[in-house]
Design a protein around this ligand. Structure first.
Ligand code: MTE
Ligand code: MO
Length: 367
């Protein structure tokens, strides 16, 4: 079958679908380290993992509304200045199962771990675009190119057997400060097959769907990419308000009474905005305490949108005495003052994406 040559994967991953392979780590594995180990990084695929045997023959074509199209080999990309960016990648469908509990939504049934924080290294897309005559910080090319489309070598059903593709605005692609990378390393190692070997796009602060893996070509186009994943998927539909009751009671960790627990989690905001505050409640949201925020192990987090970690998540930790069954709630405030909505109902959407609502975990004590 097309799936006969899939790479090996960690047995502790929670597999949501085998073909294509979609899996996330267990919650505890996810928040146990600031930099997510590659084997515990969620894997989101729409088809079989492509095989690139000969990295010297592998190339990326840059074409479209530009004067001089170019074919770049890995050696050309390795020659460009190497940048390293810590960035959190998150699938737009992360936490979809909680939306499905309101009203069934379509898509892979992700829990809360379709997210990961990695150290990505590679060339800046802005430098690559300069090689084809697009100056830094351009918004358009003379022939009207305004978007940069990334096309993969994989094959997916949604594109009728064609490759996965997506685009971002040229203004973002050509802006060196946006840190968009053509990455060939993840956590200091050569990118592995699951995550896009030999070359993938990393668009920090943007839903994972735009970070195209196994890059085959880059097209400079006038309108945004017309592919399935841009136009018919990963879109936020107007919220149709549905006041059905949430049934959060499906989580029931068994714990003795009274218990001292450690609450751990992650918080991330898009667009390079830092996390200002992280509040935790152990009474379902009536009262709150501020959790401590951690960056690298032992290093407290200071919110700052200029820091090199601005694209990365923040881990948080709080201790609490729990005496009875209750609901633990976590919510973050970013430096722009954005707060998370209390309930998933008000942001429910057909595709089950961007579930930013307060995260709630039921703790059941006793029998
Ligand atoms: N790129 C290709 N070529 N094919 C894909 O299926 N999935 C996208 C994106 N890039 C995808 C892709 C989606 S929806 C997400 S969330 C991220 O890759 C997941 O990246 P990861 O598997 O490295 O975690
Ligand atoms: Mo995704």
């Amino acid at each position: 079958s097309d799936y006969a040559q899939e790479p090996p994967r960690h047995p502790a991953l929670v597999v949501n679908s085998k073909e294509p392979f979609n899996a996330e780590p267990r919650r505890s594995d996810l928040v146990s380290s600031y930099v997510t180990p590659v084997e515990f990084f969620y894997k989101r695929n729409h088809g079989p993992i492509p095989i690139v045997d000969d990295v010297d023959k592998y190339s990326v074509y840059i074409t479209g509304l530009i004067g001089n199209p170019k074919q770049l080999f890995m050696k050309d990309i390795w020659k460009l200045p190497k940048y390293t960016v810590t960035a959190t990648l998150q699938c737009a469908g992360n936490r979809r199962t909680a939306m499905s509990r309101i009203r069934k939504v379509k898509g892979v049934g992700w829990d809360v771990a379709a997210i990961g924080n990695a150290i990505w290294s590679g060339a800046k897309l802005a430098d690559v675009l300069e090689l084809v005559g697009i100056p830094k910080c351009s918004h358009a090319t003379p022939s009207g190119g305004k978007h940069v489309e990334f096309v993969s070598i994989d094959k997916c059903k949604e594109e009728n057997g064609g490759p996965y593709k997506a685009s971002i605005p040229l203004s973002q692609a050509a802006n060196p400060e946006a840190d968009v990378l053509l990455a060939y390393e993840m956590n200091g190692e050569t990118l592995n097959r699951d995550h896009g070997y030999p070359l993938r796009v990393i668009v920090p602060g943007v839903i994972g769907a735009r970070s195209v893996k196994w890059l085959d070509s880059i097209n400079i186009i006038a309108e945004e990419c017309q592919g399935f994943f841009m136009q018919k998927d990963y879109k936020m539909f107007p919220p149709s308000v549905d006041w059905d009751n949430i049934n959060w009671s499906t989580r029931r960790p068994q714990m003795d009474f009274p218990v001292q627990i450690t609450i751990k989690g992650y918080a991330v905001s898009g667009g390079g905005r830092g996390i200002e505050r992280l509040d935790v409640s152990i009474d379902g949201g009536k009262t709150w305490v501020e959790a401590s925020k951690l960056q690298k192990p032992g290093i407290p987090y200071i919110s700052d949108s200029e820091s090199s970690d601005k694209w990365a998540w923040v881990l948080f930790e709080a201790e609490a005495d729990i005496r009875q069954s209750t609901e633990i709630v976590a919510k973050a405030v970013d430096i722009a003052g954005n707060v998370q909505p209390e309930n998933v109902e008000v942001i429910w959407n057909l595709r089950g994406i961007l579930n930013t609502s307060w995260h709630r975990v039921h703790v059941r004590i006793g029998h």
